[in-house]
Design a protein around this ligand. Sequence first.
Ligand SMILES: Nc1ncnc2c1ncn2[C@@H]1O[C@H](COP(=O)(O)OP(=O)(O)OP(=O)(O)O)[C@@H](O)[C@H]1O
Ligand SMILES: [Mg+2]
Length: 479
Amino acid sequence: MAFSIRTKLTFWYVTLLTASLLAFGAVFSYTLSRIFIDRVDEQIGSVAGMMAHTVVQPSGKLLLPGDFDIILERFFGIRIAGNFVQVLDMDGNVAARSSNLESAYLPLSQDTYEHALNGVTTFEVYRNFGRYPVRLVTKPISLKHKGVVAIVQVGASLQSMEEVLSSLFYIFGFGLAGSVIIAAAGGWVLARKALKPVQDLRAAAQRIGAENLNERINVVVKNDEIGRLAATMNEMIARLEKSFLQIKQFTADASHELKTPLTILKGEMEIALRIKNDPEAMRDALKSSLEEIDRMSYIVRNLLDLARIDVEKTGMKDAASMQEVALDRALTERVDHFRRFALDRGVNMAILRNDPVAVFGDPVRISQMLFNLIDNALKYTPQGGTVELSVEAEDNAAVIKVRDTGIGISKEDLPYIFDRFYRVDKARSREALGEGMAAGGAGLGLSICREIAESLKGAIEAQSEPGMGTTFIVRLPLA
Ligand SMILES: Nc1ncnc2c1ncn2[C@@H]1O[C@H](COP(=O)(O)OP(=O)(O)OP(=O)(O)O)[C@@H](O)[C@H]1O
Ligand SMILES: [Mg+2]
């Protein structure tokens, strides 16, 4: 059965308190009765000792008048009051008793009797004597040369001790019950007070949903456990809010990017419908419609790639496509692919260094990353410019550099170029594509590069000087 923390706290608190009070009470009453009995023993012991000197004649004969109380009073006076005295001969037969014993006899067990015959004094508690127990000393009287000649027994009632202990028992019992009730009530209230912030936390967590992720839990005391928990939860909500906003932004951007070519497409189609007997105009309309369709499928393909790399990043990728990839070979292949394009644009492209380094990853993705970087370098470098590439190993990492002498990126734009759909100059990049590159300029290339680099536990960075050129540096762990 599940109890609330509050119930458990109170329960343990009360249990501990009860246990410690009971232990204290037990130790206390034991010590008290010990002290009491020690004092009684001292008293009856001394009476018994004096009796031993009084009731025996040097010859060994007992000196016991008919009225035993008279000697007791004469020798001990008031000190004897309250003590029961009994003298026995060495056979264990009662020779004299104090009159306060009335019809009762002090008991003499076989063990005690034998101890006495051996000269040993015994202290014991005798319970079946009237209302209160009696502390009893049994002391042998021995003479030199004659050994044990008689046994004297002195008893004292433990009435006052019993009375004190029983009143203590009641006081303690009521005290304990009272403090336990107070402690339970107090503990219950205190636990509630201590757990109040948890309730607040719960209420706050319940309140926050997708629509109000901008809200935060109010942290009253910052440095206690609850405060830290609340702060951690706030950080978590902030992260959720960030990714939520990113997804929202992404959806909005994606819809917008797809809507533009669709609108253009619609316009072209409407024009085409109105064209009569002009095959040339019809051709133009269809051609430009096809371009928009290409553009849309380019965007959709890139979006799909992004989504797939996202999945690969979380480790759900099948290991089959992961293998050792020779970066130098991948770069050469890619550069060959772009030779014609570079020539057309009048950009000089060269591999400066191509060390044989290998990384572990999906060759298709690595190739795609190189493609996007070289594509950008060529696209954003005017005629007469240069694009230089290199692959090398540096501090346990494979480093790919793509450097161009192109238009560069301003400081304000640099932090955002890896964001999805981010383009420095939206209008320009669309026209910069030129012939043969009908599709492109969606602003997804670099975000795909970053996703790929991160999925391989690597990183990508850009350095740029507007008007001078840009360098992209990719670092990947060596295979
Ligand atoms: N080498 C470069 N020189 C100057 N600007 C660059 C360079 N590479 C990227 N940029 C800027 O960064 C922006 C984002 O690049 P990214 O590759 O993500 O998108 P894109 O090239 O415009 O479109 P896509 O790659 O999706 O076809 C580009 O629009 C461009 O403004
Ligand atoms: Mg690009």
